[in-house]
Design a binder for this molecule. Structure first.
Ligand code: ATP
Length: 305
C-alpha cells in the first residue's frame, strides 16, 4: 500500500471544543476512500487540515509525504470540492473552470471538463442562476481543472438527485480508473455503499475504524440472512436447534443471524421446510451504526498490504 494522504495524530481544538483528538489514518493511492461519520464528527475539519485552510493544534496532515504547501504547484497535486459555492455568480461557467485551470498551472480544456460533469449545455451561462446540483457539478470541474493526482470531496452528493448521485459515482470510478486517488466524505452510508474501496470512520473527533470497506462490514455487522417460508415457526425452531439466532419473525419473513445462507438452506431442506427466498442482509448501514456507537477504541486493523 502506498499511503498518499496521512493524518498523523491530528488534534484540532476550537477554543474549548476538541473537534479532533489524536486522529491518525492513511489513504491508499489509486483507491476511493470514504470518510464517514455523523454530523459534527470532524470530517470537514480534517479535510480543511489537509488543505491547510486551518492549522492543527498538534499533529500533521500530509499529502504524499509532505504538507500541501511544500508541493511546487499544490493544485496539480490536489483538487478539492469543499462546498458547492465555489464560483463567482457573475462569471460564466467556462471562464470559471478556465481560471481554475490557469491558477493550477494546467492546460486543461475547460469545455471538455464541463462536458465531463454534464454542464456542456450551460458552459456559456453565468453561474449565479445555477441550481445546487449544477454548482456541485461545477465544483467538481473546478477541482479537476488542475489535473490533480488526488481529489478531495466534502459531501459532494448534497444537492444531487438520485440520478445525479449515480452519475457522480460513475465519474469518481472513472477518476479511479485514471489512477487518481479519491477521498470523499459523507454522513450518509447509502451514498458510499457501492462506491468505496476503503473507509475511514470517524465519530466525535476520533477514528473508530479504517481499512477495506468489506473488512469493516465483516467486523461490525453480524451475518444476517432473511428468508421467506410458509412455515416460519418450524423454521425458527430448526434454526435455533442448529445454533442460529432468530432475530425477527414477520409474517412469512424470518430474520436469522449466526448461520451462513448455505447452512440455512441445508437446515430447511433437512427439516422439510420450503424456502421461497433467501437473502443475505449485508451492508454498511448496520456496521456503521454499530461502529459509531461502540465508542472510540480503535477497533479495526488499519494495516493494509
Ligand atoms: N471554525 C470553527 N470554530 C468553532 N468550531 C468549529 C469550527 N469548525 C468546526 N467546528 C466544530 O467542530 C466540530 C466538527 O465539525 P466538522 O464541520 O468538522 O464536522 P463534520 O463531520 O464535517 O460535520 P458535518 O457532516 O455536519 O459537516 C463541530 O462541533 C463543529 O461545530
Amino acid at each position: 500500500m502506498r499511503p498518499i494522504l496521512q493524518a498523523e495524530n491530528l488534534t484540532k481544538r476550537f477554543g474549548s471544543l476538541a473537534a479532533l483528538r489524536n486522529v491518525s489514518f492513511s489513504v491508499r493511492a489509486g483507491a476511493i476512500t470514504g470518510f464517514l461519520g455523523p454530523n459534527g464528527a470532524g470530517k470537514t475539519t480534517t479535510l480543511r487540515l489537509f488543505l491547510e485552510l486551518v492549522r492543527p493544534t498538534c499533529g500533521a496532515a500530509l499529502i504524499d509525504g509532505k504538507p500541501l504547501h511544500e508541493w511546487p504547484i499544490p493544485g496539480r497535486k490536489v483538487g478539492a470540492v469543499l462546498d458547492g459555492h465555489c464560483a463567482h455568480p457573475g462569471r460564466r461557467a467556462v471562464d470559471t473552470v478556465r481560471l481554475a485551470a490557469r491558477l493550477a498551472g494546467a492546460g486543461a480544456d475547460a469545455e471538455e471538463l464541463l462536458d465531463q460533469v454534464g454542464l456542456a449545455d450551460v458552459a456559456g451561462q453565468r453561474t449565479g442562476a445555477f441550481s445546487r446540483g449544477m454548482l456541485q457539478r461545477l465544483a467538481l470541474a473546478i477541482a479537476l481543472a488542475g489535473d490533480p493526482e488526488i481529489v478531495i470531496l466534502d459531501e459532494p452528493m448534497n444537492g444531487l438527485d438520485p440520478e445525479g448521485i449515480a452519475w457522480i459515482k460513475d465519474v469518481l470510478r472513472g477518476l479511479r480508473g485514471q489512477g487518481r486517488t479519491v477521498f470523499i466524505s459523507s454522513h450518509l452510508l447509502a451514498e458510499l455503499e457501492d462506491l468505496v474501496d476503503d473507509l475511514v470512520v470517524i465519530a466525535q473527533g476520533e477514528v473508530v475504524g479504517s481499512g477495506s470497506a468489506a473488512a469493516f462490514v465483516d467486523r461490525f455487522q453480524p451475518q444476517t440472512v432473511s428468508v421467506l417460508s410458509d412455515q416460519p415457526q418450524a423454521l425458527a425452531t430448526a434454526v435455533t436447534g442448529a445454533g442460529g439466532q432468530v432475530l425477527d419473525i414477520n409474517g412469512q419473513r424470518v430474520l436469522i443471524s449466526g448461520l451462513a445462507s448455505a447452512q440455512l438452506g441445508e437446515i430447511a431442506r433437512d427439516a422439510g421446510i420450503a424456502l421461497f427466498a433467501l437473502t443475505e442482509e449485508r451492508g454498511l448501514h448496520m456496521a456503521f451504526t454499530i461502529a459509531t456507537n461502540l465508542g472510540t477504541e480503535p477497533l479495526l486493523d488499519t494495516e493494509q498490504e
